[in-house]
Design a protein around this ligand. Structure first.
Ligand code: A3D
Length: 320
C-alpha cells in the first residue's frame, strides 16, 4: 500500500516539528511547503537524514509551489505570522486572513479531498476563513486548539497531584484564547471528577482556580518566555493526534474548533467543542448540556469568536 501524503503548509517552528513527528510515527510521506525559499527544502532534507538513525521510512520533499500539495490526504496549516510578546492573537487577524485566502485557494485546486487541520492564529476565525476560501466540506476542515489547551490543563493537574499525565483527562470548551472554558466537573483523575478531588483534600478550590487561570494563559506564558515566537512542540503534538485519528479511523473524541450549525445554539462559526474524528473527518459533534456559569462562560467565548469572524467579513467580504 502506498504511503499517505501529508502536506504541511507553513514550514516554520510548528511545521518542522510536525514533519519530524510524522516520520517518527511513520504516518506517511511529507511535503513541506512555505513561501520562504530553501526553508522547506532544507528542513525536509535534514529530517530525511535523521531517518536512518531513528529507523523510519518516509519520503520528504520541500516546495515553494502549491502543486506539491497534489493529492495530499491531510493538510496541516501553520502558514502565517506567530504572536510576538505584547501582541494578542487578534492583532494577527488581518495579516493571517490574507494568508488563509491564498492557502485555501491552493488546497481547493490541488488537495480538495484532504482533511485540513488549521493551526494559524487567531485560530477560530482563521479556520472559518480557511474553510470559506477552500470550499471544502465543513467536516473536512477543523482547527487545532482544544487538544493543546486540554493537554496544558492535564499537565498542570498531573503535576499538582503528582500522578501520571495518562490518568488525567480534561475537558475544555470555547474559543482558543483567554475566554476558553475549562470544565472542571468533566475533568478527572482516573474517572474521579476534580470537584470530588477537592472534597477528598487532594487540592483546594483556590489552587484549582489558579491552574484553570494558568491554562487559559498557557500560550502567553510561553510567548513571554521565548520572546521570539510562540509554543511549537505541544501544538505540533496536538495536531498530530488529530491527523492520526483521521488517518487510522481511530474515532478519538478530541476537543477541536469544529463548524457548528445549531449545536450549542451556535450557527456558522467554528468554536472549540468535543468531536469524534474518523476517516470521514469530523463525524460527530458531542453536545453536552451547559448551564449556569459554564453556559455564561461559553457564550462569552462564542461572543469573542463572533467578533473576530465579523472582523474577517469586513476585511474580506468576498469570502462569504
Ligand atoms: P513560524 O515559525 O513563524 O512559521 C510560520 C511559517 O509560515 C513561516 O515559515 C513563514 O515563512 C510561513 N508563511 C508565512 N506566510 C506564508 C504564506 N502566505 N504561505 C505559506 N507560508 C507562509 O510560526 P509557528 O510555526 O511558530 O506558528 C505558526 C502559526 O501557528 C502562528 O499563526 C501561531 O500563532 C499559530 N499557533 C497556534 C496555536 C494554537 O493553539 C491554535 C499554538 C501555537 C501557535
Amino acid at each position: 500500500m502506498a504511503r499517505d501524503k501529508i502536506a504541511l503548509i507553513g514550514s516554520g517552528q510548528i511545521g518542522g516539528t510536525l514533519a519530524h513527528l510524522i516520520g517518527l510515527k511513520e504516518l506517511g510521506d511529507v511535503v513541506m511547503f512555505d513561501i520562504a525559499e530553501g526553508v522547506p527544502q532544507g528542513k525536509a532534507l535534514d529530517i530525511a537524514q535523521s531517518s536512518p538513525v531513528d529507523g523510519f521510512d518516509a519520503h520528504y520533499t520541500g516546495a515553494n509551489s502549491y502543486e506539491a500539495l497534489d493529492n495530499a490526504k491531510v493538510c496541516i496549516v501553520t502558514a502565517g505570522v506567530p504572536r510576538k510578546p505584547g501582541m494578542s492573537r487578534d492583532d494577527l487577524l488581518s495579516i493571517n486572513l490574507k494568508v488563509m485566502e491564498q492557502v485555501g485557494a491552493g488546497i481547493k485546486k490541488y488537495a480538495p479531498d484532504a482533511f485540513v487541520i488549521c493551526i494559524t492564529n487567531p485560530l477560530d476565525a482563521m479556520v472559518w476563513a480557511l474553510q470559506k476560501a477552500s470550499g471544502l466540506p465543513h467536516k473536512k476542515v477543523v482547527g487545532m486548539a482544544g487538544v493543546l489547551d486540554s493537554a496544558r490543563f492535564r499537565y498542570f493537574l498531573a503535576d499538582e497531584f503528582n500522578v501520571s499525565v495518562e490518568d488525567v483527562t480534561a475537558f475544555v470548551l470555547g474559543g482558543h484564547g483567554d475566554t476558553m472554558v475549562p470544565l472542571v466537573k468533566y475533568s478527572t483523575v482516573a474517572g474521579i471528577p476534580l470537584p470530588d478531588l477537592v472534597k477528598m483534600g487532594w487540592t483546594s478550590q483556590a489552587r484549582l482556580d489558579e491552574i484553570v487561570d494558568r491554562t487559559r494563559n498557557g500560550g502567553a506564558e510561553i510567548v513571554n518566555l521565548l520572546k521570539t515566537g510562540s509554543a511549537f512542540y505541544a501544538p505540533a503534538a496536538s495536531a498530530i493526534a488529530m491527523a492520526e485519528s483521521y488517518l487510522k479511523d481511530k474515532k478519538r473524541v478530541l476537543p477541536c474548533a469544529a463548524y457548528l450549525n445549531g449545536e450549542y445554539s451556535v450557527k456558522d462559526m467554528y468554536v472549540g467543542v468535543p468531536v469524534v474524528i474518523g476517516s470521514k473527518g469530523v463525524e460527530r459533534v458531542v453536545e453536552i448540556e451547559l448551564a449556569g456559569k459554564d453556559r455564561e462562560a461559553f457564550d462569552k467565548s462564542v461572543g469573542a469568536v463572533s467578533g473576530l469572524v465579523d472582523a474577517c467579513k469586513k476585511i474580506a467580504p468576498d469570502l462569504l
